[in-house]
Design a protein around this ligand. Structure first.
Ligand code: NDP
Length: 400
């Protein structure tokens, strides 16, 4: 019997709300609070007659710490979940510290004016969270999130040491638009237009955007082109998993997506540098977001599957070992269940599970943690129970 404050009411938050409502024994009360209250009210309207969870809503600007503190003090949640944007992470962590309440998010902090994300800003809160006796769980979506839980599970049960991790994120879904993003367009385009990087022998190796391409045959999806990207969990996994020599992240993109992105980049539409337009300062990427389809609206039209997982290579009992853990998720099945496409679903389900882990005491430890620092076992069980069953392959095709 717990109360959760869910901040944000977009594509991922709508899945978090749906899953909390399916899990009323743990989430007996939730509040949905976001910038646009009408979106929170619409979510409440959608679920309130189908659940025992008591739902309330509020308007909040999560960049305004006093406003957040007032809301938290009034509602008195057991956990605050940041399902808004990474820009809000530090403000919400500040408010949680002031109110001594646990915190969880799905993406690490990045400053709005620099397309750069790393954990240093949030790790700097460790001591203050420890002293306050509260828990912060960072990056509890799918990637980061489940990829970290998979890594902790592989380390605990399958390997003596893991030397290589390749995280493969394949979206075989088709929404029928010439160009759209599956989660917040601004955050997505900042991520994929940045330089690529991976960690080898303890050092970052940088690549040009989309410089490294591989082709992989994904179970449930088929053969896809995938490209090496910089991704936040590389930083924490390289520290937290024993024996890592190299860790890389690949994501699939179709040729049409890449051609559109290149064109938008070439004409300056993906820039985050402010420009003057008819006497008003605008940021081209934010304007682009306004004209692109809302990811939350892609649910009914997206068909196909995602396959996201990690290939591990390392040693067990002195012998070389390879092991692949992954989940296959069907866009239309997600839509039937909660009204969202699989990218929102694969992010929202782990966020609900992570919050449940903290609320049930399984992951309750004062400080700031990445998911792989916690016991993976109850989370792995919950993935199977709550809609993201995992599969394993003990003889996977490796990525060169
Ligand atoms: P959306 O753009 O659909 O939703 C974002 C929501 O946050 C909107 O409701 C928006 O309000 C609200 N919001 C934005 N700024 C503020 C603010 N200052 N105060 C209060 N509310 C605010 O994004 P998604 O749902 O697609 O993504 C949500 C998060 O999930 C992102 O951080 C994204 O990076 C992360 N993510 C993580 C993944 C993972 O696997 N780990 C994968 C995919 C996404 P409004 O409606 O007014 O705009």
């Amino acid at each position: 019997m717990s109360k959760a404050l869910i901040i944000g009411a977009g594509g991922v938050a709508s899945v978090v709300v749906a899953k909390c409502c399916q899990n009323s024994e743990v989430f007996s009360e939730i509040m949905i609070a976001s910038r646009t209250k009408a979106k929170c009210d619409a979510l409440k309207e959608k679920w309130q007659d189908k659940t025992k969870t008591v739902i309330s809503t509020a308007a909040v600007n999560a960049d305004n710490v006093p406003e957040l503190v007032a809301l938290i003090k009034e509602y008195k949640p057991d956990i605050v979940m940041n399902i808004a944007l990474p820009y809000q992470d530090l403000h919400i962590m500040d408010a949680c510290l002031e109110c001594k309440v646990d915190y969880l998010d799905t993406a690490n902090y990045e400053p709005e004016d620099t397309a750069k994300f790393e954990y240093s800003w949030q790790w700097a809160y460790r001591e203050r969270f420890e002293k306050a006796g509260i828990t912060a769980i960072l990056g509890c979506g799918f990637d980061p999130g489940v990829t970290g839980v998979f890594s902790a599970y592989a380390q605990k049960h399958e390997f003596d040491e893991i030397n290589y991790i390749d995280i493969l994120d394949c979206n075989g879904g088709d929404h029928g638009y010439p160009f759209a993003t599956n989660f917040n367009p601004e955050i997505n385009i900042r991520e994929v237009s940045a330089k690529g990087s991976y960690i080898e022998d303890g050092k970052w190796v940088e690549t040009e955007p989309m410089e490294i391409k591989r082709v992989y045959n994904f179970k449930g999806v088929g053969e896809k082109d995938m490209y090496l990207l910089h991704h936040e969990e590389l930083e924490s996994l390289a520290l937290n998993i024993k024996g890592i020599k190299r860790i890389r992240f690949f994501m699939t993109f179709g040729q049409s997506y890449l051609t559109h992105l290149k064109c938008l980049e070439n004409v300056g539409m993906t820039s985050i540098e402010p420009i003057m337009y008819e006497g008003k300062e605008i940021i081209p990427l934010q304007f682009l977001k306004a004209v692109l389809p809302d990811p939350a609206s892609l649910g009914p039209r997206t068909v196909g599957k995602t396959n996201i997982g990690c290939i591990f290579r390392g040693k067990k009992d002195g012998k070389d070992k390879n092991y692949y853990l992954y989940n296959i998720c069907d866009h239309q099945e997600c839509y039937k269940e909660v009204g969202s496409q699989a990218i929102s679903y694969t992010t929202g389900v782990p966020a609900m599970i992570g919050a449940m882990m903290v609320l049930k005491g399984e992951w309750k430890k004062p400080g700031v943690y990445n998911v792989e620092e916690m016991n993976p076992d109850p989370f792995m069980t919950a993935l199977n129970e709550w809609g993201l069953p995992w599969e394993e392959d003990r003889n996977p095709v490796l990525v060169d």
